[in-house]
Design a protein around this ligand. Sequence first.
Ligand SMILES: [Zn+2]
Length: 313
Amino acid sequence: MNIWLKGRDMIAVGIDLGGTKIEAQVFDADWAPLDARRVPTPLTYDALIDDITALVDWAQSFADHQVSVGIGSAGLVNTKTGTVTAANLPSHGKPFAADVANALGRSVTFLNDSQAMALSEAVFGAGRGYDTMLALVLGTGVSGALVANGLLQHGCTQTLGEFGHIAAPAHLVQAHGLPLVACGCGQIGCVETLLSGAGLMRIAAEVMGEQMSPEALIEKRANDQRARKVWDIWCALAADLIRTLTRTTDPHCIVLGGGLSQIHGIAEDLTRAAQAVQFAGFDMPPILLAQGGDTSGARGAAYHAVMCEARNV
Ligand SMILES: [Zn+2]
Protein backbone atom coordinates (compact mmCIF):
# COMPACT_ATOMS: atom_id res chain seq x y z
CA MET A 1 0.00 0.00 0.00
CA ASN A 2 1.45 3.30 -1.00
CA ILE A 3 1.46 5.89 1.73
CA TRP A 4 0.18 8.61 -0.56
CA LEU A 5 -3.03 6.69 -1.19
CA LYS A 6 -3.77 6.32 2.50
CA GLY A 7 -6.29 8.69 3.90
CA ARG A 8 -7.36 9.91 0.50
CA ASP A 9 -10.96 9.50 -0.36
CA MET A 10 -10.36 7.91 -3.69
CA ILE A 11 -11.50 4.90 -5.60
CA ALA A 12 -10.85 3.49 -9.01
CA VAL A 13 -12.67 1.28 -11.43
CA GLY A 14 -11.06 -1.51 -13.39
CA ILE A 15 -12.77 -2.96 -16.41
CA ASP A 16 -11.82 -6.41 -17.61
CA LEU A 17 -12.90 -6.86 -21.22
CA GLY A 18 -12.96 -10.42 -22.50
CA GLY A 19 -14.48 -12.29 -25.40
CA THR A 20 -17.56 -13.36 -23.44
CA LYS A 21 -17.96 -10.81 -20.64
CA ILE A 22 -17.11 -7.33 -19.47
CA GLU A 23 -16.52 -7.08 -15.76
CA ALA A 24 -16.20 -3.84 -13.84
CA GLN A 25 -14.81 -3.78 -10.31
CA VAL A 26 -14.79 -0.79 -8.03
CA PHE A 27 -11.97 -0.49 -5.51
CA ASP A 28 -11.59 1.47 -2.33
CA ALA A 29 -8.44 3.25 -1.23
CA ASP A 30 -7.09 0.00 0.27
CA TRP A 31 -7.65 -1.79 -3.05
CA ALA A 32 -10.37 -3.97 -1.63
CA PRO A 33 -13.18 -4.60 -4.15
CA LEU A 34 -16.30 -2.65 -3.18
CA ASP A 35 -18.62 -4.01 -5.82
CA ALA A 36 -18.62 -5.65 -9.22
CA ARG A 37 -20.86 -5.69 -12.23
CA ARG A 38 -20.70 -8.05 -15.16
CA VAL A 39 -22.37 -7.87 -18.58
CA PRO A 40 -22.00 -10.09 -21.66
CA THR A 41 -19.64 -8.73 -24.32
CA PRO A 42 -21.87 -7.27 -27.05
CA LEU A 43 -21.50 -8.08 -30.72
CA THR A 44 -21.19 -4.56 -32.11
CA TYR A 45 -18.64 -1.85 -31.49
CA ASP A 46 -21.21 0.86 -30.72
CA ALA A 47 -22.85 -1.38 -28.12
CA LEU A 48 -19.44 -2.08 -26.58
CA ILE A 49 -18.72 1.64 -26.17
CA ASP A 50 -22.23 2.11 -24.70
CA ASP A 51 -21.76 -0.76 -22.25
CA ILE A 52 -18.41 0.53 -21.04
CA THR A 53 -19.86 4.02 -20.63
CA ALA A 54 -22.70 2.58 -18.58
CA LEU A 55 -20.30 0.59 -16.39
CA VAL A 56 -18.16 3.66 -15.73
CA ASP A 57 -21.30 5.68 -14.88
CA TRP A 58 -22.28 2.95 -12.45
CA ALA A 59 -18.81 2.97 -10.85
CA GLN A 60 -18.84 6.74 -10.69
CA SER A 61 -21.94 6.58 -8.50
CA PHE A 62 -19.74 5.27 -5.67
CA ALA A 63 -17.80 8.51 -5.46
CA ASP A 64 -18.42 12.21 -5.25
CA HIS A 65 -15.35 12.93 -7.31
CA GLN A 66 -14.11 11.62 -10.64
CA VAL A 67 -12.72 8.08 -10.30
CA SER A 68 -9.74 6.72 -12.22
CA VAL A 69 -10.72 4.36 -15.03
CA GLY A 70 -8.47 1.57 -16.28
CA ILE A 71 -9.37 -1.00 -18.91
CA GLY A 72 -7.70 -4.36 -19.33
CA SER A 73 -8.62 -5.98 -22.61
CA ALA A 74 -8.02 -9.34 -24.21
CA GLY A 75 -5.88 -9.23 -27.32
CA LEU A 76 -2.90 -7.25 -28.42
CA VAL A 77 -3.37 -3.74 -27.11
CA ASN A 78 -1.16 -0.97 -28.35
CA THR A 79 -0.95 1.11 -25.21
CA LYS A 80 0.31 4.08 -27.22
CA THR A 81 -2.50 4.19 -29.77
CA GLY A 82 -5.16 2.22 -27.92
CA THR A 83 -5.88 0.02 -30.93
CA VAL A 84 -6.85 -3.56 -30.14
CA THR A 85 -6.06 -6.64 -32.19
CA ALA A 86 -8.41 -9.35 -30.97
CA ALA A 87 -10.40 -11.31 -33.51
CA ASN A 88 -13.12 -12.17 -30.98
CA LEU A 89 -13.83 -8.60 -29.82
CA PRO A 90 -15.92 -5.94 -31.57
CA SER A 91 -13.10 -3.48 -30.80
CA HIS A 92 -10.79 -5.36 -33.17
CA GLY A 93 -8.81 -2.87 -35.25
CA LYS A 94 -10.68 0.16 -33.87
CA PRO A 95 -9.21 3.24 -32.15
CA PHE A 96 -10.77 1.89 -29.00
CA ALA A 97 -8.98 4.03 -26.42
CA ALA A 98 -9.79 7.29 -28.21
CA ASP A 99 -13.42 6.30 -28.73
CA VAL A 100 -13.90 5.29 -25.10
CA ALA A 101 -12.24 8.52 -23.92
CA ASN A 102 -14.48 10.55 -26.24
CA ALA A 103 -17.61 8.77 -25.05
CA LEU A 104 -16.66 9.30 -21.41
CA GLY A 105 -15.21 12.77 -21.78
CA ARG A 106 -12.16 11.80 -19.75
CA SER A 107 -8.88 9.94 -20.11
CA VAL A 108 -8.76 6.20 -19.65
CA THR A 109 -5.74 3.91 -19.43
CA PHE A 110 -5.37 0.64 -21.33
CA LEU A 111 -3.49 -2.58 -20.78
CA ASN A 112 -3.94 -6.03 -22.16
CA ASP A 113 -5.36 -8.60 -19.78
CA SER A 114 -2.02 -10.31 -19.16
CA GLN A 115 -0.37 -7.00 -18.26
CA ALA A 116 -3.25 -6.18 -15.92
CA MET A 117 -2.99 -9.55 -14.22
CA ALA A 118 0.80 -9.19 -13.96
CA LEU A 119 0.60 -5.77 -12.35
CA SER A 120 -1.99 -6.97 -9.86
CA GLU A 121 0.09 -10.02 -8.94
CA ALA A 122 3.29 -7.99 -8.64
CA VAL A 123 1.74 -5.42 -6.32
CA PHE A 124 -0.91 -7.41 -4.43
CA GLY A 125 -0.34 -11.10 -5.15
CA ALA A 126 2.26 -13.82 -5.65
CA GLY A 127 4.94 -11.45 -6.92
CA ARG A 128 4.79 -9.14 -3.94
CA GLY A 129 8.21 -8.62 -2.39
CA TYR A 130 10.16 -9.57 -5.52
CA ASP A 131 12.01 -6.79 -7.34
CA THR A 132 11.08 -8.14 -10.76
CA MET A 133 8.30 -10.51 -11.72
CA LEU A 134 7.54 -12.17 -15.00
CA ALA A 135 3.95 -13.26 -15.58
CA LEU A 136 3.41 -16.23 -17.88
CA VAL A 137 -0.22 -16.71 -18.87
CA LEU A 138 -1.02 -20.15 -20.24
CA GLY A 139 -4.54 -20.54 -21.53
CA THR A 140 -6.38 -19.85 -24.77
CA GLY A 141 -3.17 -18.11 -25.79
CA VAL A 142 0.29 -17.73 -24.30
CA SER A 143 1.35 -14.30 -23.15
CA GLY A 144 2.61 -12.40 -20.14
CA ALA A 145 4.33 -9.29 -18.93
CA LEU A 146 7.34 -8.09 -17.01
CA VAL A 147 7.00 -5.92 -13.90
CA ALA A 148 10.00 -4.27 -12.27
CA ASN A 149 9.67 -2.50 -8.92
CA GLY A 150 5.92 -2.23 -9.35
CA LEU A 151 6.12 -0.82 -12.88
CA LEU A 152 5.08 -2.61 -16.03
CA GLN A 153 7.92 -2.66 -18.50
CA HIS A 154 7.17 -1.23 -21.93
CA GLY A 155 9.64 -0.80 -24.71
CA CYS A 156 9.75 0.66 -28.14
CA THR A 157 7.34 -1.76 -29.81
CA GLN A 158 4.71 -2.42 -27.13
CA THR A 159 5.02 -6.14 -27.81
CA LEU A 160 6.89 -7.22 -24.67
CA GLY A 161 4.92 -10.13 -23.27
CA GLU A 162 3.83 -11.70 -26.53
CA PHE A 163 5.71 -14.77 -25.40
CA GLY A 164 3.53 -17.20 -27.33
CA HIS A 165 4.89 -15.83 -30.58
CA ILE A 166 8.42 -16.98 -29.97
CA ALA A 167 9.36 -19.94 -32.20
CA ALA A 168 8.83 -23.41 -30.73
CA PRO A 169 12.20 -25.05 -29.95
CA ALA A 170 13.36 -26.99 -33.02
CA HIS A 171 14.98 -29.83 -31.07
CA LEU A 172 11.76 -30.69 -29.22
CA VAL A 173 9.59 -30.29 -32.32
CA GLN A 174 11.88 -32.67 -34.19
CA ALA A 175 12.38 -35.14 -31.34
CA HIS A 176 8.65 -35.60 -30.79
CA GLY A 177 7.47 -35.25 -34.38
CA LEU A 178 5.33 -32.23 -33.51
CA PRO A 179 3.59 -30.28 -36.26
CA LEU A 180 4.68 -26.80 -37.32
CA VAL A 181 1.37 -25.09 -37.90
CA ALA A 182 0.35 -21.59 -38.94
CA CYS A 183 -0.23 -19.27 -36.00
CA GLY A 184 -2.92 -16.60 -35.83
CA CYS A 185 -0.16 -13.96 -35.84
CA GLY A 186 0.85 -14.85 -39.39
CA GLN A 187 4.02 -16.79 -38.56
CA ILE A 188 4.54 -20.54 -38.57
CA GLY A 189 5.52 -22.69 -35.60
CA CYS A 190 4.99 -20.22 -32.77
CA VAL A 191 5.27 -21.93 -29.40
CA GLU A 192 1.68 -20.90 -28.62
CA THR A 193 0.47 -23.42 -31.20
CA LEU A 194 1.77 -26.15 -28.86
CA LEU A 195 1.55 -24.54 -25.41
CA SER A 196 -1.98 -23.10 -25.40
CA GLY A 197 -4.96 -25.26 -24.41
CA ALA A 198 -5.47 -26.06 -28.09
CA GLY A 199 -1.74 -26.74 -28.36
CA LEU A 200 -1.88 -29.31 -25.58
CA MET A 201 -4.72 -31.02 -27.46
CA ARG A 202 -2.59 -30.87 -30.62
CA ILE A 203 0.27 -32.68 -28.88
CA ALA A 204 -2.18 -35.29 -27.55
CA ALA A 205 -3.55 -35.86 -31.06
CA GLU A 206 0.00 -36.29 -32.40
CA VAL A 207 1.34 -38.57 -29.66
CA MET A 208 -1.80 -40.54 -28.75
CA GLY A 209 -3.67 -40.34 -32.04
CA GLU A 210 -6.71 -39.22 -30.06
CA GLN A 211 -8.66 -36.01 -29.73
CA MET A 212 -9.16 -35.15 -26.09
CA SER A 213 -9.70 -32.08 -23.98
CA PRO A 214 -6.94 -30.80 -21.69
CA GLU A 215 -9.13 -31.82 -18.72
CA ALA A 216 -9.43 -35.41 -19.98
CA LEU A 217 -5.70 -35.58 -20.66
CA ILE A 218 -4.81 -34.31 -17.21
CA GLU A 219 -7.12 -36.83 -15.63
CA LYS A 220 -5.51 -39.66 -17.61
CA ARG A 221 -1.96 -38.63 -16.69
CA ALA A 222 -1.71 -40.75 -13.56
CA ASN A 223 -2.61 -44.05 -15.17
CA ASP A 224 -1.85 -43.72 -18.85
CA GLN A 225 1.77 -43.61 -19.98
CA ARG A 226 0.96 -41.95 -23.29
CA ALA A 227 -0.99 -39.21 -21.53
CA ARG A 228 1.95 -38.78 -19.15
CA LYS A 229 4.24 -38.46 -22.17
CA VAL A 230 2.04 -35.72 -23.66
CA TRP A 231 2.20 -33.83 -20.37
CA ASP A 232 5.98 -34.27 -20.16
CA ILE A 233 6.40 -32.91 -23.71
CA TRP A 234 4.19 -29.94 -22.88
CA CYS A 235 6.23 -29.29 -19.72
CA ALA A 236 9.48 -29.53 -21.70
CA LEU A 237 8.17 -26.96 -24.21
CA ALA A 238 7.08 -24.64 -21.41
CA ALA A 239 10.42 -25.11 -19.64
CA ASP A 240 12.26 -24.18 -22.81
CA LEU A 241 10.21 -20.99 -23.05
CA ILE A 242 10.95 -20.27 -19.38
CA ARG A 243 14.65 -20.78 -20.11
CA THR A 244 14.48 -18.29 -23.00
CA LEU A 245 12.64 -15.76 -20.87
CA THR A 246 15.06 -16.24 -17.99
CA ARG A 247 18.06 -15.75 -20.26
CA THR A 248 16.61 -12.51 -21.58
CA THR A 249 14.90 -10.99 -18.53
CA ASP A 250 16.15 -12.99 -15.51
CA PRO A 251 13.17 -12.17 -13.28
CA HIS A 252 13.22 -12.73 -9.52
CA CYS A 253 10.09 -14.85 -9.84
CA ILE A 254 7.73 -16.20 -12.47
CA VAL A 255 3.99 -16.15 -11.78
CA LEU A 256 1.74 -18.47 -13.75
CA GLY A 257 -1.77 -17.42 -14.78
CA GLY A 258 -4.41 -18.50 -17.25
CA GLY A 259 -6.64 -21.57 -17.37
CA LEU A 260 -3.81 -24.10 -17.69
CA SER A 261 -2.12 -22.75 -14.55
CA GLN A 262 -4.91 -24.41 -12.60
CA ILE A 263 -3.67 -27.88 -13.56
CA HIS A 264 -2.81 -29.73 -10.39
CA GLY A 265 0.95 -29.77 -9.74
CA ILE A 266 1.87 -27.51 -12.65
CA ALA A 267 4.20 -25.24 -10.66
CA GLU A 268 6.14 -28.23 -9.33
CA ASP A 269 6.31 -29.96 -12.72
CA LEU A 270 7.49 -26.80 -14.49
CA THR A 271 10.02 -26.08 -11.75
CA ARG A 272 11.53 -29.53 -12.28
CA ALA A 273 11.46 -29.26 -16.07
CA ALA A 274 12.93 -25.74 -16.06
CA GLN A 275 15.70 -26.67 -13.63
CA ALA A 276 16.62 -29.56 -15.94
CA VAL A 277 17.46 -27.11 -18.76
CA GLN A 278 19.26 -24.54 -16.60
CA PHE A 279 23.06 -24.34 -16.46
CA ALA A 280 24.53 -26.69 -13.85
CA GLY A 281 25.02 -24.86 -10.58
CA PHE A 282 22.47 -22.11 -11.38
CA ASP A 283 18.93 -21.90 -10.04
CA MET A 284 15.81 -21.03 -11.97
CA PRO A 285 13.54 -18.28 -10.67
CA PRO A 286 10.82 -19.58 -8.33
CA ILE A 287 7.71 -20.53 -10.32
CA LEU A 288 4.57 -19.49 -8.43
CA LEU A 289 0.83 -19.55 -9.01
CA ALA A 290 -1.19 -16.35 -9.37
CA GLN A 291 -3.23 -15.56 -6.26
CA GLY A 292 -5.68 -12.95 -7.43
CA GLY A 293 -8.23 -15.15 -9.17
CA ASP A 294 -11.00 -13.42 -11.06
CA THR A 295 -10.33 -9.94 -9.71
CA SER A 296 -6.69 -9.75 -10.86
CA GLY A 297 -7.37 -8.27 -14.30
CA ALA A 298 -9.70 -5.54 -13.09
CA ARG A 299 -7.53 -4.68 -10.10
CA GLY A 300 -4.40 -4.43 -12.23
CA ALA A 301 -6.17 -2.21 -14.78
CA ALA A 302 -7.51 0.04 -12.02
CA TYR A 303 -4.13 0.23 -10.29
CA HIS A 304 -2.46 1.16 -13.57
CA ALA A 305 -4.98 4.00 -14.06
CA VAL A 306 -4.29 5.39 -10.59
CA MET A 307 -0.53 5.14 -11.03
CA CYS A 308 -0.64 6.84 -14.43
CA GLU A 309 -2.68 9.66 -12.95
CA ALA A 310 -0.27 9.99 -10.04
CA ARG A 311 2.66 10.20 -12.43
CA ASN A 312 0.69 12.38 -14.79
CA VAL A 313 1.29 10.03 -17.70
ZN1 LIG B 1 2.35 -16.47 -33.51
